[in-house]
Design a protein around this ligand. Structure first.
Ligand SMILES: [Zn+2]
Ligand SMILES: [Zn+2]
Length: 397
């Protein structure tokens, strides 16, 4: 229809409204250059003045493009306000699930009348709904890392809330021996997932991880928890002092503030310290002070312990992991705490991630030099209480 190109905006609007029924927003959106500075809806309302007679006969019909959605923004906002009740957020963003059927209808009109440059329905809806919600919720709209994304289905008007994951820094103390740090694999399927473990591949044993997870899900009203450990301890270890720090990411948290009161269960004390503004950290340097209980087959002479203390004063050792990958770790200090005929208790300050049991035993040469290697004896950690964690320091303290 080339003759349409010469027609003015109002004449073209009249032509469109003769063929279709459009609401003010959907009509105005097709004429982005008509009367600058107006909203799509106001622009459409002006244009509609010229087409009023034709509209009157069609007024009971719903808008061809949006099916009346753009005229239902207020009740939709009311539904959203109700839904976000109890959800903590500082700022938000409105999104929409585009529906192909609606997009195609708008595309058809634009192609038929050669209309260019207009905003799509989705953008119009999200910005108009955002304005209404900003006033109702008294919170700003943010395009960068908003706390809450509210997504609306264009066709079914379904509302989905997506709170941004929360990254927190916390510390835990473990005051009783005999509990593993991480969830062991299911004993039946070895991690594959079976009926016994509900497909999770994890055993139901209570451990530090399961206690922390349960607590965080409850405290932040979230849907999932992912933990990044800062080092590890033995099942028989205690974690003392200010505790071991960890990072945890909580998905879909409806609560975003940190409660100051600590939580305790089965000798595990958890204190959430702060919400981190940065991304979920995957690797971080840390230094640990251990209390290590060592046993020996032979009598340990006092002089030999002095040798250990002197040798491991700021010493680099080579650590090899089970995959054969080597790294250098530093031992800053080694001090005798207690000495019996066939046992010693030491405090060791060293880089995090160094395997303490292997540093003592030198088993499979996984730490070189080891205490056993240096003194040419058969040292091993006490199986009942191998080592306790006295202090862990990180950059986030
Ligand atoms: Zn419409
Ligand atoms: Zn299983």
């Amino acid at each position: 229809m080339p003759y349409l190109e010469s027609k003015s905006d109002t004449a073209l609007a009249t032509q469109i409204m003769k063929d279709y029924c459009l609401c003010s927003s959907c009509l105005g959106r097709q004429f982005p250059n008509y009367r600058h500075g107006l909203t799509n809806r106001d622009r459409g309302a002006y244009l509609a003045v010229y087409t009023q007679k034709r509209m009157a006969s069609r007024s009971t019909k719903k808008c061809y493009i949006c099916d009346g959605l753009m005229d239902r923004l207020d009740p939709l906002a009311t539904k959203i306000v109700k839904k976000v009740k109890g959800c903590e957020f500082r700022d938000f963003l409105v999104g929409a699930f585009a529906d192909l059927a609606l997009v195609e209808k708008e595309d058809l009109i634009r192609a038929t009348y050669k209309l260019r440059g207009g905003e799509p329905l989705k953008g119009d809806l999200t910005s108009e709904l955002g304005k209404i919600l900003k006033a109702r919720l008294k919170k700003p709209v943010s395009y960068q890392r908003p706390d809450l994304v509210i997504t609306v289905g264009l066709l079914d008007e379904e509302i989905v809330l997506s709170p941004r994951p929360l990254v927190i820094y916390l510390r835990y103390r473990k005051e009783k021996r005999g509990m593993p740090q991480k969830v062991p694999r299911c004993g039946k399927c070895y991690g594959k997932g079976c009926i016994e473990c509900n497909g999770s591949g994890k055993s139901k044993t209570t451990c530090v991880e399961s206690i922390i997870e349960k607590h965080l899900l409850h405290a932040f009203d979230g849907e999932g928890v992912k933990i990044n450990w800062i080092g590890g301890e033995d099942e028989e270890s205690l974690v003392l002092g200010t505790g071991r720090p960890i990072y945890a990411q909580i998905t879909s948290p409806r609560i975003r503030h940190v409660k100051s009161s600590p939580y305790e269960e089965k000798g595990v004390k958890i204190r959430t310290l702060k919400v981190l503004r940065k991304q979920f950290p995957t690797q971080m340097g840390f230094i640990v002070k251990y209390l290590v209980n060592i046993k020996s087959d032979t009598i340990i002479e006092e002089g030999k312990i002095k040798t250990l203390e002197d040798y491991f004063a700021d010493k680099t050792v080579k650590a090899t992991n089970t995959k054969g990958k080597s790294s250098l770790k530093r031992v800053y200090e080694m001090r005798l705490r207690h000495h019996t005929r066939k046992g010693i208790q030491l405090t060791i300050i060293c880089d995090g991630g160094l395997n303490i049991k292997k540093l003592v035993s030198g088993e499979e040469n996984m730490v070189e030099p080891s205490l056993s290697q240096l003194l040419d004896c058969n040292f091993r950690t006490d199986p009942k209480k191998p080592f306790d964690i006295l202090r862990v320091t990180t950059d986030d303290d």
